[in-house]
Design a protein around this ligand. Structure first.
Ligand code: F6P
Length: 361
């Protein structure tokens, strides 16, 4: 039986296990391939003894599980692999080791499930001769190559449910509650969860905000008799003329800063300006955990089955994606170069403003 490896890289995301299952089950039921699970992202191809045979029986029950049964890593780039030599930390290109282990395992293809970092590594390995198919993953939904990424719908649902809970406590105490959500430099999670959860103001990176507009909205609601407000802030949101709020520089193994803290800043400013009682909730990694929604389970299963079909046909160097209702693929190099932000003329923005949600302008 021909063998295909599967790995998950980068941050976790609801639906990863559903993709793994899609690969394993279709490999077995349709294509007659054996799947080898590779642990801890590319680390499982750099170091020995980090693989396991997979079959439908061994993966039973993983469809509703969050996280990834193969585990993941943000620090497993074979082209820049941190290692210790003579007591010193050095960074080495160990990509040749990937090829050695790939051959030793008898693999004829690899499915790499991950975000832009993982797909970037997959693209470089493909250029070096590795037969690889990429599968995009991120709760942020910010990859232009695919209309939607799995995990996004689950993250939005989690954030919406949190807002529903904050709604009742904000109302009971006549408070303003600010909720900070993830999404990096794209406002998709904030905008969709804010609309779904009935937010009064939503601040996204694509629209630098004027805090005065938010405070006016909060005051207006009080004047109209609603003594509370809900404000959703994307972690990458920034004030007009200001910068995004950064926790640490250079996180996530992609040279980008770790974002966070804008929720508290916005909360302090609303409290100062309006004199209202304000509380801030930072949703954090709760958005990345838990069981995938039905939408994400289906999308992830379709991505997994498509990736396996591409491996079986020898269509390497491509990344699976969703275009409209169709699962298709794009060259992996194209897939990693372009991000997707909320267009200012998008229907979501128009709808939000049409129903009176303040977008900070
Ligand atoms: O890219 C997914 C994401 O959850 C972002 O929304 C967030 O900014 C980042 O990852 C957090 O990364 P980490 O888990 O490394 O803190």
């Amino acid at each position: 039986m021909p063998k295909v490896g599967v790995l998950t890289g980068g941050g976790d995301c609801p639906g990863l296990n559903a993709v793994i299952r899609g690969v394993v089950k279709s490999a077995e039921a349709k294509h007659g391939w054996q799947v080898i699970g590779i642990e801890d992202s590319f680390q499982g191809l750099i170091l020995p003894g980090k693989t396991r045979e997979m079959n439908a029986f061994r993966i039973r029950g993983i469809l509703p599980q969050g996280g990834t049964i193969l585990h993941s890593s943000n620090r497993a780039n074979p082209f820049e692999y941190p290692t210790e030599e003579n007591g010193k930390q050095v960074v080495r290109d160990v990509s040749d080791q990937v090829f050695v282990h790939f051959k030793e395992l008898g693999l004829e293809g690899l499915v790499a499930i991950g975000g832009d970092g993982t797909n970037r590594i997959a693209a470089r390995l493909f250029d070096k001769g590795l037969p690889v198919v990429g599968v995009p993953k991120t709760i942020d939904n910010d990859l232009r190559a695919t209309d939607v990424t799995f995990g996004f719908n689950s993250a939005v649902t989690t954030a919406m449910e949190a807002l529903d809970k904050l709604h009742t406590t904000a109302d009971s105490h006549h408070r303003v509650i600010v909720m900070e959500v993830m999404g990096r430099y794209a406002g998709w999670i904030a905008l969709e969860s804010g609309i779904a959860g009935g937010a009064d103001a939503i601040l996204i990176p694509e629209i630098p905000f004027d805090i005065k507009a938010v405070c006016d909205k909060v005051r207006h609601r009080v004047e109209k008799g609603a003594g509370f407000s809900l404000v959703v802030v994307a972690e990458g949101a920034r004030p007009k003329g200001g910068e995004a709020s950064v926790v640490t520089e250079g996180g996530k193994g992609k040279g980008l800063p770790r974002l966070g803290g804008i929720g508290n800043k916005v909360g302090d400013q609303i409290a100062d300006d309006t004199g209202m009682d304000v509380r801030v909730t930072v949703l954090g990694h709760i958005q990345r955990g838990g069981s995938p929604t039905a939408y994400d389970r289906i999308l992830a299963t379709r991505f997994g089955a498509k990736a396996m079909a591409m491996v079986a046909k020898g269509e390497f160097g491509r990344m699976v994606c969703l275009k409209g209702q169709t699962i298709t693929s794009v060259p992996i190099h194209e897939a990693i170069t372009d991000y997707k932000y909320v267009p200012l003329d998008s229907g979501l923005i128009l709808t939000a403003e049409a129903i009176g949600i303040c977008l900070g302008r």
